[in-house]
Design a binder for this molecule. Structure first.
Ligand SMILES: NC(=O)c1ccc[n+]([C@@H]2O[C@H](COP(=O)([O-])OP(=O)(O)OC[C@H]3O[C@@H](n4cnc5c(N)ncnc54)[C@H](OP(=O)(O)O)[C@@H]3O)[C@@H](O)[C@H]2O)c1
Length: 287
């Protein structure tokens, strides 16, 4: 009996030494918690900022997040729109902050205020963006500046600010930055809107790499045509969602983008870094 116990203990010591040797060989120790999806509490306790959350895709993301247990701050330029959006969310877990992302001088103050409202920040969805108004070969310098100051420069400065915040506020849990690009970031670009969406895709890769060591997972979503104010024609069609731009022959609804974003920040998708997921009904597969 005594000899048997000694033999078992020896086996355990050998196994432990072998595991330690393997750890040294691999170069480090890592621990991870993987979550599985439970719809009603998918995002419980997550503190989330959605830029441009007063309408369209951003509002759908905010709704999905609060319905899944998160606290959310939505931002934008138009206070009336933001207040109405918060009311439509119908919960004390949603609030708003007026924030024009083209103003570089206020970024740090606005982030501090988000931190104050939410008591910490776990997730940022960079969704604010403006639509294209001019197309090649008739694009003016003014159109370039108008689109770029929000979609590219503004998104960059907001991202940089939140990344700096996260670098200064370390956490034992992952944090998430989701950038909304576009199907236009995956096909040839001849006008500023599409070019700005290529920028977002590149930024997502770059920040993905730079921020992973800080536990910040940066990824993106590239929607195709979505039925929002940005797509007048789709709104004008009422309940008809037909669209001839993609092989599914339809537009997407904002909730379809929100579902993906909520999954990406849920903890069930923690090994993805710097990727932009295309949700475009097949548009960008065209030759
Ligand atoms: N709809 C589509 O087909 C489609 C397709 C691909 C990608 N996207 C992208 O999805 C995102 C959301 O667009 P959407 O379709 O939901 O259109 P939307 O309803 O017009 O939403 C855009 C939001 O951005 C905010 N915004 C614009 N400029 C801003 C600024 N300078 N500072 C702060 N907020 C600003 C707007 O709020 P305020 O007016 O209050 O400022 C608005 O709530 C955009 O990045 C867009 O490029 C849309």
């Amino acid at each position: 009996m005594g000899a048997e116990l000694v033999a078992k203990a020896a086996d355990r010591v050998v196994a432990a030494c072998s595991a330690f040797g393997q750890t040294l060989k691999n170069g480090g120790i890592a621990h991870i918690n993987i979550s599985t999806i439970r719809a009603d509490s998918l995002l419980s306790d997550r503190r989330i900022v959605v830029t441009g959350g007063g309408s369209g895709i951003g509002l759908a993301i905010a709704k999905k997040c609060v319905d899944s247990g998160a606290s959310v701050v939505i931002t934008g330029r138009n206070e009336d729109k933001l207040a109405a959006a918060v009311e439509s969310l119908g919960t004390k877990c949603a609030s708003y902050l007026v924030w024009d992302i083209t103003d570089s001088s206020i970024v740090d103050d606005k982030i501090k205020y988000c931190d104050h409202l939410l008591n910490g920040i776990d997730v940022v969805v960079n969704n604010a963006g403006v639509e294209p108004r001019e197309f090649f070969p008739d694009v003016t310098a003014e159109e370039w500046d108008r689109v770029y100051e929000t979609n590219s420069r503004g998104t960059f400065l907001v991202s940089e600010g939140f990344c700096r915040y996260w670098m200064e506020h370390s956490s034992g849990s992952y944090r998430y930055l989701i950038n909304i690009s576009s199907q236009g970031g995956f096909v040839g670009a001849t006008y500023p809107y599409r070019m700005s969406k290529w920028d977002i895709r590149g930024l997502t890769e770059g920040l993905g790499l730079a921020m992973a060591p800080y536990g910040v997972l940066v990824n993106g979503v590239a929607p195709g045509v979505v039925k929002t104010a940005m797509q007048d024609f789709a709104l004008n069609q009422g309940n008809n969602i037909y669209c001839n731009q993609n092989p599914l022959k339809r537009v997407a609804l904002p909730v379809e983008i929100a579902e993906l974003v909520s999954f990406m920040v849920s903890g069930a998708c923690n090994f993805m870094v710097g990727q932009t997921i295309v949700v475009d009904g097949g548009f960008s597969l065209r030759g």
